[in-house]
Write a protein that binds this ligand. Sequence first.
Ligand SMILES: Cc1ncc(COP(=O)(O)O)c(C=O)c1O
Length: 395
Amino acid sequence: MVHTGRHFLQIPGPTNVPDRVLRAMAQPVIDHRGPEFAHLTAEVLDKIRPVFQTSGPVIIYPSSGTGACEAAFVNTLSPGDRVLIFETGWFSHIAWRRVAEKLGLAVEYVPGTWRRGVSPAEVEARLEEDAEHTIKAVAVVHNETSTGVTSRVGEIRRAMNRVRHPALLIVDTISSLGSIDYRHDEWEVDVTVGCSQKGLMLPPGLGLTAISDKALAASRTAKLPRSYFDWQEMLKANQSGFFPYTPATNLLYGLREALQMLHEEGLTNVFRRHSRHAEATRAAVRAWGLEIFCEEPLEYSSSLTAVRTPDGHDADRVRQIILDTFDMSLGTGLGKLAGKVFRIGHLGAFNDLMLAGTLSGVEMGLRLAGVPHREGGVMAALNHLALADRSVAAN
Ligand SMILES: Cc1ncc(COP(=O)(O)O)c(C=O)c1O
């Protein structure tokens, strides 16, 4: 089948790259050891801080998000250190548990159903039991991209403080940074990991890290081997505007433009837009009579919605029909959710009519695939979009 018009890329990342960002990247490559590049580095390192809501250092690796995850461990921990990791879905396993185990850390993987976020009470209980303070880090995924569940990091921090446990708090914000309110400094997070290809509206290729003073101090004594991902070398080179190796020059041009776009809209408005689109999506799912995978309304994700298909109806078949017929990509079910859910990405460079088109494709696809559902999901979403508060906060 020949498709016309634009492909709908509605997976929960990589996301649609705005034309402005594409144009910003379409520049001749410059000398990464010259003055123009030093200026670019200084600018992006300064302007990225508000996105993490931090005044501390941020590192930008030419890597995917997983590289920054690995960097979080190798810079702060030593072989055999105990790390508490909470099972929230596919990415708590892939990004945290698997990386930590391969690095020789002693992982305690606290089981979860995938339908709820990290329980702050469980964090508190586990850390209270560790009177000797042998647990050196707690690693959580803020927004579990495999399930559409957002953990409450502020409450996790309060739980850790209640039991006065000194473990580092390490958070993966790969699918929430620049989409869902996240406060590195206020929540006293020690290492926050992000990436370019989701809320930051860029192609894949940058792994980002915000670092607290406590994590920096830990990096001076941590003994896991590190070379490419060594924070100290990167921070030293960054001071004069350079990298210890060849940076992703043109992605940094794109990042400068994307940060400008987030600044023009205002982060508060960016977060509101994402939550409005997520609410409208959930209104559609409910109207179809289908199940939102996330069980806890306080933990609904604003960047994606995972939708359960009824038993006996393969979610990947629905996705395939939608791709073939309407040229729209939706997220597949990962790990044990393969064939059971499809994921609608509503993050990044996105607006009301893109959401309307996305949900129309889903509704038509459900019909073509013979999935039992009620009509009217798109209408429910449109009603929500028309009525929901559209006011914007001053920048
Ligand atoms: C929450 C989360 N963590 C980690 C990763 C891995 O990131 P990357 O594929 O950029 O290495 C992803 C990728 O989608 C993710 O969504």
